[in-house]
Design a protein around this ligand. Structure first.
Ligand SMILES: [Zn+2]
Length: 301
């Protein structure tokens, strides 16, 4: 009887240590994949480019939701409790992050601020600074910015799952090469255009402009909130006429009505541009950026 009890006791101990061991490993025990939670679509694009089938991604911001206005729901917070890695852009894009992270208990969570180490563009408008903080968050809409964010994300995957290091390194290098190739192609093209100005829905393209020496004017201010003032609209109309702007770019989630009005006013056509804040037209990051660059280039030619 004593022996039986001892065996039972040892078995329970073994079972217990086995389950606790499984809980401690940074892998989803059912699928063997790293559990990654991302704040919005661009972060998902980078995470997927590097992690592919070795990760499970939960995107907090549903498609079609403007991430600038997003606040996490209970289910997002639950996902974070259960996650191995949390990836967010930073630079004030997700103002809820520090409060949310403080409210959860997950001491093994690897937190990645993807913009860490970036050359930051500061907001200059006093109203913008008061409302949204000191920095322009749209780093991911730059090929150079994407390279940095992807690298930070890659490093976190290597940390969480070191035995697949070469897999993540290889995918990162492939992605980086695609970015570099796109950059060289359009860097050459933009050198040939005298006109450097284009007009967008919301001023999300400052980092992209920096990549290529371009200049954006926007129908809205840096963040996708509210309608532009009458004064701003008449300034834009003058700008478009003076700079012979032939194309006004519109975004899915940002007041296309105002952009269309402006386009009509100055006799420009309306084209779609992607901010990658949401998944649009089934395009991945490289495809969306290639389309953006080609559209901008055509509008400047
Ligand atoms: Zn934006």
């Amino acid at each position: 009887m004593y022996k039986k009890c001892l065996i039972l006791f040892i078995s329970i101990c073994m079972l217990f240590s086995l389950t606790s061991c499984m809980n401690n490993s940074s892998k989803d025990s059912s699928s063997g994949k790293i559990k990654v939670v991302v704040s919005f679509n661009a972060m998902k694009e980078f995470a997927y480019a590097i992690g592919k089938d070795k990760i499970n991604i939960i995107n907090m911001t549903p498609n079609g939701t403007e991430p600038h206005d997003f606040e996490p729901k209970t289910r997002d917070i639950e996902a974070l409790v259960d996650a191995d890695i949390f990836i967010y852009n930073g630079l004030g894009m997700e103002s809820w992050t520090s409060k949310t992270l403080k409210s959860i208990n997950n001491k093994n969570l690897i937190v990645v601020e993807a913009s860490n180490g970036a050359n930051i563009i500061k907001n200059t408008d006093a109203g913008e600074i008061k409302e949204h903080g000191a920095y322009d968050p749209h780093l991911w809409i730059s090929l150079k910015g994407a390279e940095l964010e992807a690298k930070n994300i890659k490093n976190s995957f290597v940390k969480a799952d070191s035995k697949n290091k070469s897999f993540y390194e290889k995918n990162y290098n492939t992605f980086k090469n695609q970015l570099d190739e796109l950059y060289s192609t359009y860097n050459e093209k933009f050198k040939t255009t005298e006109n450097k100005n284009f007009v967008t829905g919301h001023a999300a393209f400052a980092y992209l402009c920096k990549d290529f020496g371009l200049k954006q004017e926007s129908v809205e201010d840096v963040f996708a909130e509210g309608e532009p003032s009458t004064k701003r609209l008449s300034e834009l109309t003058d700008f478009c006429k003076k700079n012979k702007v032939k194309t006004i770019f519109v975004e899915d989630m940002v007041s296309p009505k105002v952009s269309k009005t402006l386009a009509k006013e100055v006799g420009a056509k309306v084209e779609k541009i992607y901010t990658v804040e949401s998944k649009e037209d089934g395009k991945n990051y490289i495809e969306a950026m290639k389309s953006n660059l080609e559209m901008i280039y055509n509008s400047l030619k």
